[in-house]
Design a protein around this ligand. Structure first.
Ligand code: PRP
Ligand code: URA
Length: 207
């Protein structure tokens, strides 16, 4: 699929396996989500635009690089929170916005219950963090909020995706690059990813 990158570092595949395992308890589940994000972060940010800047070494002036635009990291509550720290680890100067979205348990339609974002995201590269991309409804809404605010680019990072979710994001937001660690075959009748890893928010936070 165009604009979809399935990352396959061996350590990432090992992490996904632990996360799929229903015996993995919440503390280990949160830790593994964080490890997975750390393994994905360099690839997700690989093509962030840079500009050249001079830098003074102790000996001379060298040609250096700085990010061309501000980066804003946007975890989608709740599960996306577990992805935040590793991304901040490589981009400590990034801004952080928060979007709260909950799927309706009957219809699987997304309900946006909170958005804490700058009024304008012009001149910002946005990175949406949400481990699960199932129907795509939540991601489509999250990205809509960022594009409404004129983000210069939007990337979406998920751990596990299903094809309907990727298609929905690309149909609604064609320019968005999607990065995942696993593309699973399908959704079940309740719109859960199969085989997936279950409900990521519930498994991370126990409710
Ligand atoms: C999960 C997940 C995504 C969404 C994906 O959140 O973290 O945000 O479902 O499903 P979709 O692609 O069909 O929209 P959930 O709604 O369960 O909220 P929670 O993390 O607070 O439990
Ligand atoms: N949300 C989850 O946490 N898991 C799924 O499989 C689908 C949506």
């Amino acid at each position: 699929m165009k604009n979809l990158t399935v990352l396959s570092h061996p350590l990432l595949r090992v992490c996904v396996t632990a996360l799929r395992d229903k015996a993995t308890p919440p503390a280990a589940f949160r830790r593994k989500l964080s490890e997975a994000a750390a393994l994905m972060a360099a690839d997700v940010t690989r093509d962030l635009p840079t500009k050249t800047v001079p830098v003074e070494t102790p000996l001379a002036v060298a040609r250096g690089h700085a990010l061309k635009r501000e980066v804003i990291l946007v975890p989608v509550l709740r599960a996306g929170l577990a992805f935040l720290d590793p991304f901040l680890g490589i981009m400590p100067e990034a801004k952080v916005g928060f979007i709260g979205i909950k799927r309706d348990e009957e219809t699987a339609l997304p309900h946006v219950y909170s958005a804490s974002l700058p009024a304008s995201l012009a001149g910002h590269d946005a990175i949406v963090l949400d481990p699960m991309l199932a129907t795509g409804g939540s991601a489509v809404e999250a990205i809509r909020l960022l594009r409404e605010r004129k983000a210069a680019s939007v990337r979406l990072v998920s751990l596990v995706a299903a094809p309907p979710g990727v298609r929905a994001v690309h149909a609604a937001h064609p320019g968005v690059a999607v990065f995942v660690a696993a593309l699973d075959p399908k959704l079940n009748s309740r719109s859960y990813i199969v085989p997936g890893l279950g409900d990521a928010g519930d498994r991370a936070f126990r409710v």
